[in-house]
Design a protein around this ligand. Structure first.
Ligand code: ASP
Length: 475
């Protein structure tokens, strides 16, 4: 057979009556003796193929083939007789009459079924063999949805004149209320970088730099206890704009989210998105994230967005000290700036923060920022930082704000939570290609793991045996 071009399975419907070549995996094989049936799979979908008794060579190869073998198939695309049409199936009205089949690679029997939705399989096993797990249609669909979501976000933001800028992954800590992941610095033994919990400070510095409209598809690292909707790593659509007020950022963001989700074919319950103050939300729903959908909306896959605004800037932590509720870099309401500067009525200060809620999840959040050094400094003073600590940790921001920092604000959207809503998934790991296990280990590869002593010596690091390990050694 001398067909050169590969045809994707998803395009076979337009090749009825023609000879084609496909490549992909064997999804199912049904050997009926004289006839051998297959379901073949590539990235575009599924098609049934059959080896008829007359195709003697193909038959001999077909007998050896098992599920998940990688094959190249040359065949004729036939219309199925009316009685054999399976309307609900992709390519259910055609069948590939196999003329030649070549094994491109064999496959051992996979440790689990890759055709089910996979939810019944133990998580550790699924993630150990994630490359097989990804073969299931549900995960492929989720990753495609994620990719389409990002593509539409990029399209929208570029059309609005935004510049995509990458910011460093090796950096100084930026507080988002989590623990930092830290990375030892070989050239300065005993010193450490932090992986960003978000690009917050850099995006504000880009505003000082005059970029005016920034965005980034940004990876964020937060060392926190893992939950269904939380991983060590997540990705944000991170946005910052200059010369804007709260209503401007909210309007742009609402337009972006609407254009993305409607572009993907989803329906939004209410437009413009309803706005609740934090107080209203607490009174009405008892929480600042809530689900506005009716039972019927849930069956129809409706997205119910709402904004929450007017959050308290500070709250007391467990030790009774003031800490920020959302973002220390935010600007208080105009009429409350005076209180902040004087250190008065701290609990009553309202921040220019806005959170976007959808179907019970917080899917985005941002604020108008303090662009004057004395306001930012006052925030850290309320939180009990002395001058030295403020200078040490945030001196660079205070310095930058002395050189004509424009008023600015922004927002970020956790991509995973947004995709979870769209895909109807409960777990973050279902919308990430290689997520961590719930015990905090990587998929497929074995990390975290021990490193060579030589590597540690270079870094000037000594691992001290924990009390637990010592105890175990003695046993
Ligand atoms: N940096 C914030 C976050 O990661 C978002 C923002 O305020 O723009 O939640």
């Amino acid at each position: 057979m001398s067909i050169q071009e590969r045809t994707y399975i998803g395009e076979l419907a337009s090749s009825v009556g023609k000879e084609v070549k496909i490549m992909g995996w064997v999804d199912v094989r049904r050997d009926q003796g004289k006839l051998i049936f297959f379901d073949f799979r590539d990235m575009t979908g599924y098609v049934q193929g059959v080896i008829l008794p007359a195709a003697i060579e193909a038959h001999a190869v077909g007998e050896k083939i098992r599920p998940e073998y990688v094959v190249e198939v040359v065949g004729k695309v036939n219309q199925r007789p009316e009685k054999n049409v399976q309307k609900e199936k992709q390519n259910g009205d055609i069948e590939l009459e196999i003329l030649a089949i070549t094994i491109l690679n064999e496959a051992e029997t996979p440790p689990f079924d890759v055709r089910s939705d996979g939810l019944e399989i133990n998580e550790e096993v699924r993630l150990k063999y994630r490359y097989l797990d990804l073969r299931r249609p549900r995960l492929k669909r989720n990753l495609k949805l994620r990719s389409d979501f990002i593509e539409l976000a990029r399209q929208f933001l570029f059309k609005k004149g935004f510049t995509e800028v990458e910011t460093p992954a090796l950096s100084a800590p930026t507080p988002e209320g989590s623990r930092d992941f830290i990375v030892p610095a070989r050239l300065q033994p005993g010193k450490f970088f932090a992986l960003p919990q978000s690009p917050q400070q850099y995006k504000q510095l880009l505003m000082v730099g005059g970029l005016e409209k920034y965005f980034q598809i940004a990876r964020c690292f937060r060392d926190e206890d893992l939950r269904a909707d939380r991983g060590f790593e997540h990705t944000q659509i991170d946005i910052e704009m200059s010369f804007v007020e709260l209503k401007d950022v909210m309007a742009l963001d609402e337009e972006m989210i609407t254009s993305i989700v409607e572009g993907l074919g989803f329906k939004i319950k209410q437009k413009p998105f309803p706005i609740f103050t934090y107080q209203e939300a607490m009174e009405k729903f008892g929480a600042d994230k809530f689900d506005l959908r009716s039972e019927e909306d849930k069956q129809n896959g409706i997205l119910a967005y709402a904004w929450v605004i007017d959050f308290p800037f500070f709250e007391k932590d467990k030790e009774g000290n003031w800490t920020f509720t959302h973002n220390p870099f935010s600007m208080p309401k105009k009429e409350h700036i005076e209180w902040l500067l004087k250190g008065e009525r701290i609990g009553e200060i309202i921040t220019n923060q806005y959170d976007l809620v959808c179907n019970g999840l917080e899917v985005g959040g941002g604020s108008i920022r303090a662009h004057k050094p004395e306001i930012l400094e006052a925030v850290f003073r309320v939180m009990g930082y002395d001058d030295e600590k403020i200078q040490e940790q945030f001196g660079h921001m205070l310095q930058a704000f002395k050189y004509g920092a424009p008023p600015h604000g922004g927002i970020a959207h956790g991509i995973e939570r947004n995709i979870m809503n769209l895909a109807g998934e409960t777990y973050l790991r279902e919308v990430q290609a290689f997520p961590q296990t719930s015990s905090g280990r990587t998929s497929v590869m074995d990390a975290p793991s021990v490193v060579d002593k030589k590597q540690l010596d270079e870094l000037g690091i000594k691992v001290v045996e924990s009390a637990k390990e010592k105890k175990e050694d003695k046993k």
